[in-house]
Write a protein that binds this ligand. Structure first.
Ligand code: GUN
Length: 283
């Protein structure tokens, strides 16, 4: 039976450390400041943004939400980002995705200063990560949270077969680079991959980010594997569930993350930690 990785508990532990760090910085006159830009009224995005704001405030981080109407132009958003890039009081900028269709997401991500890149999505930072550079480097928060889990549970990555299912810029690609930097042998599988089950079955470390409920079943998983589920899906009854059939897979894995209380809580904690890091690196 697998050991269940408790993301909620680890996130609380990291938040505790972040709070102490913020108190220390505040005594030195530095209050970390995160600005989140929300364009439009997407319901899920509003919830995410509210949760980030609440978490920041609870840790003593200054949090500002800038709301822009759904019909905002790319130009208007670029001007806003340019202002924030220049503002010495702002340490971290996050533009909530997805954006309305008239706005080119990549152009917006590229406009955020790499030194204020709360998400770690800037091409400069993505390039540094893939070059193995680590100094003062913001990293995508979800994969960074997963790396914290490996560390906390002493899960060795060196020389292991790691399979990442999903190739998004937010999770799959940065996850693969982080695993590679820790000397894992990394395969990225995705919707066009042939014989995906054979590849998945080789994984000592399996990270799944497909957005398909219960995509991974017990008979596809290597006995003793570590299984990390990034999914936030709905089952047929509308209940929150993951990309992995947790009940089946937990009987053969050595470590597994549940949904909820797995990867999810870690992502915001990493964003907070990263905001504090960006503030520290700014001086
Ligand atoms: N929308 C869903 N996930 C994310 C994320 O990690 N960062 C941003 N900026 N938007 C998102």
């Amino acid at each position: 039976m697998a050991m269940i990785i408790n993301g909620r508990e680890l996130a609380n532990e990291i938040d505790g450390q972040t709070k102490i760090e913020v108190e220390k910085l505040s005594h030195e006159g530095l209050i970390p400041h995160l600005v989140v830009i929300l364009v439009g009224e997407d319901e899920a995005s509003q919830i995410y943004v509210r949760n980030k704001h609440k978490r920041a405030e609870s840790l003593g981080i200054k949090s500002t939400i800038i709301r822009m109407p759904v019909n905002s132009s790319e130009e208007e958003l670029l001007i806003k980002i340019s202002d924030l890039n220049k503002d010495k009081d702002v340490h971290a900028i996050l533009v909530q995705l997805p954006l309305p269709e008239q706005i080119n997401e990549q152009r917006i991500i590229e406009a955020i200063s790499p030194n204020k890149d709360a998400d770690g999505f800037s091409p400069i930072n993505v390039g540094k990560l893939s070059s193995g550079e680590t100094y003062h480097l913001p990293i995508a928060c979800t994969p960074m949270g997963i790396m914290e889990m490996f560390k906390k549970y002493s899960i060795d990555l060196d020389g292991k077969n790691a399979v990442v299912v999903g190739r998004s810029n937010i999770v799959g690609k940065p996850m693969a680079n982080l695993l590679l930097n820790e000397n894992a042998t990394v395969t990225i599988a995705h919707s066009h991959t042939k014989n995906i089950t054979n590849i998945i079955k080789q994984a000592d470390i399996l990270v799944v980010a497909t957005g398909i409920a219960h995509f991974i079943k017990k008979d596809q998983v290597k006995i003793g594997a570590t299984v990390i589920d990034v999914g936030m899906d709905r089952d047929e009854n509308g209940k929150l569930t993951g990309d992995v059939d947790f009940e089946g897979v937990k009987s053969i894995a050595s470590f597994i993350t549940p949904v909820p209380k797995g990867v999810g809580p870690m992502t915001i904690s990493m964003l907070m930690k990263q905001t504090v890091n960006l503030a520290k690196w700014s001086i």
